[in-house]
Design a protein around this ligand. Structure first.
Ligand code: G6P
Length: 614
């Protein structure tokens, strides 16, 4: 939800900011803007559309060594030039960019209007920049103090950066619930929503914590204080692990296709150092150190959103089946608002690729307040969720930039499998032999993923050609393949804008069967280890109503092949591991259909990768 990037130092600010915004575009792409200060005045450009549209408008931007830019995912006010950031104060002396929502903007706006301020946009952000001007004027404050005064009047979430036209030497930043990283170079500083905009310039970064603000200047460095009481905070510099290749397309047309292809490697990275087949162990400190808590837990509640929620559903099946610990799965947004019963004997696990999803973060805070042990499964290292939790496991899938999640999902499934197996082994619900067989099979998954992608990409393209023109799709699966049906449907919806629904196959007769006719493609995940006979009957039911069947089957399948219009084979594996394989053809199908329909697969309309607002 909105990306912010800024620079102050000895280099030209514009190229650094514009490249930074391109890397942050996954966070929103409704509009973009930039402001620089050439030492005399602001140069400001902004536009509805993408960062490339902004770039086209920036030819006459003055040369400057300080500036900041924004890529927007609209909340308050439609995507338009005038609602784009940066926003200027009425006296045009203060510029501000913002990721988040100022919830009490309306009441502040009324007060400011009564004091003579006027507003050019419909945004909550413009209220904040004028409130800063109000404090600067009325209390005669410097920028840092005026920002602090203003933030103490606001309710909401924000990562902001603020510049003063009269002081080209500093940028003031602040954070509450939205991420903000400061890159520290050699007498130069970078600011960004994540570290990707400055990874080629420095490996040192400071992550602001909630409720902190910093004044960044060439003479004073990074000076951090608490927003509430101005207490000084000491600087904790972290070393970045990110590298440049990981955030570039590497010859692929889209990040999504690159990330689909990376899955054999990303799954391997998730297992690296954890899965030790020769020694017959799974090494995971986060689980090992707290295993008594897991064994004595009344239940585990997994909270998450979107694709991560689908991973959570599979986690529920795996942990209950293998480790026999009760698991419930909830949408973070529902959990946080429904006054749930949570106690000290509950474990709440959050699954989040970004580690920043506002609802998941809030659900975890609630669980923590109520005394639950909170565990994080995040992909982004040092993200807000990772820092809030008592313990956790990173998925180590590497940066995922395509908005539709692919490699992060299979990494989440891998982590959940490792957790379930480890708990089962130590709890004694799985024999040593069975454990050893399963971990040996898990070790083969990366090579099976590689072979699978190689074998199915062309056949999937053919299927995509036949169905790119339809308006509806149905996805069916049972057991562990039911969440995969949901995920397949979500992938198609997100990037091709075709209406798609996922269902547990047996529920089809309670409604969706009414939709089936000769125009309805039905993707059925009918692998050998997933209630095969039952799903074969469901396929018969679809056939009798002339539905078109695209079946995902296990290599060598005979029965479904005879009934289906198209089959895609996946390698044989344990039933617990099937989802990691069965989702891959569905990712490719969504991708190729979306390409044929001309969608922007990496930046589908209305979506953003990191949802830092409710
Ligand atoms: C957004 C993204 C999805 C993602 C969901 C949850 O909707 O577009 O791809 O699954 O947020 O995000 P998280 O980072 O918490 O996994």
């Amino acid at each position: 939800m909105c990306g912010i990037a800024g620079y102050i130092g000895h280099r030209q600010a514009y190229p650094i900011i514009i490249n930074g915004l391109k890397r942050l575009e996954y966070r929103g792409y409704d509009s973009a803007g930039i402001v620089v200060n050439d030492g005399r005045q602001f140069g400001l450009k902004k536009t509805k559309g993408k960062v490339s549209d902004l770039e086209a408008k920036c030819k006459d931007l003055p040369s400057a060594h300080v500036g900041m830019g924004h890529t927007r995912w609209a909340t308050h006010g439609v995507p338009s030039d005038r609602n784009s950031h940066p926003h200027l104060s009425n006296n045009e002396k203060i510029a501000l960019i913002h990721n988040g929502i100022i919830e009490n903007y309306d009441s502040i706006k009324k007060v400011l209007i009564s004091k003579g301020f006027d507003f050019k946009s419909d945004t909550d952000t413009e209220v904040l920049v004028n409130l800063i001007q109000f404090f600067q004027d009325s209390e005669n404050l410097n920028l840092t103090d005026a920002v602090r005064y203003a933030l103490n009047e606001t309710i909401g979430a924000y990562a902001i950066a603020v510049m003063d036209a009269d002081d080209p030497q500093e940028i003031v930043v602040a954070r509450l619930s939205s991420p903000l990283a400061i890159g520290i170079g050699d007498n130069e500083y970078f600011i960004a929503s994540d570290a990707s905009p400055f990874v080629e310039f420095t490996k040192e970064a400071v992550y602001l914590e909630d409720g902190e603000m910093a004044t960044i200047s060439l003479h004073g460095g990074v000076d951090i204080h608490k927003i509430k009481d101005n207490a000084k905070v000491s600087l904790v510099i972290q070393e970045l692990k990110l590298n440049l290749e990981e955030i570039e397309k590497g010859g692929y047309d889209h990040f999504m296709l690159k990330e689909i292809h990376e899955q054999s490697q990303s799954i391997l990275n998730t297992m690296r150092g954890r899965l030790l087949v020769d020694e017959g162990i799974i090494q995971m400190a986060g689980i090992w150190d707290f295993q008594e808590k897991f064994f004595n837990a009344k239940r585990i509640i997994i909270v998450s959103c979107g694709t991560s929620w689908h991973a959570a559903l599979i986690g529920e099946y795996l942990i209950e089946d293998l480790a026999r610990i009760p698991v419930e799965v909830e949408y973070s947004s529902e959990f946080r608002y429904r006054n749930p019963i949570i106690g000290e004997k509950d474990i709440v696990i959050a699954i989040s690729q970004s580690g920043e999803t506002a609802d998941t973060l809030a659900a975890l805070r609630l669980a923590k307040e109520k005394g639950a042990f909170i565990y994080g499964i995040c992909n982004v290292v040092d993200s807000s969720i990772a820092r809030l939790t008592d313990a956790g496991s990173y998925t180590h899938a590497g940066p995922e930039i395509g908005v539709a999640s692919t490699k992060a999902f299979t990494a989440q499934l891998t982590i959940l499998t490792l957790i379930a197996l480890k708990l089962a082994k130590h709890k004694g619900t799985l024999s040593k032999e069975r454990f050893n067989t399963l971990i040996a099979e898990l070790e083969t998954i990366p090579s099976k993923v590689e072979a699978l992608i190689k074998n199915v990409e062309e056949p999937v393209k053919k299927i995509a050609e036949n169905y790119a023109g339809v308006n509806n799709f149905l996805y069916l699966g049972r057991g562990l393949n039911y969440p995969i049906a949901l995920e397949g449907a979500l992938k198609l919806k997100e990037i091709s804008y075709i209406h798609a629904e996922g269902y547990p196959a047996a529920e089809m007769k309670h409604g969706p069967i009414a939709l089936i006719d000769e125009n309805m493609p039905v993707v059925v995940i009918a692998t050998k280890k997933g209630h095969y006979d039952k799903i074969v009957s469901n396929i018969q039911e679809i056939k009798s109503r002339k539905g078109k069947i695209i079946a995902i089957v296990t290599e060598g399948d005979v029965q479904v092949k005879e009934m289906a219009d198209y089959v895609i084979e996946i390698p044989e594996t344990s039933s617990y591991l099937v989802p990691i394989l069965s989702v891959i053809p569905l990712q490719l199908l969504a991708y190729y259909i979306a390409i044929l329909r001309g969608s922007n697969v990496d930046q589908p309309r209305n979506l953003a990768k990191s949802v830092t607002v409710e």
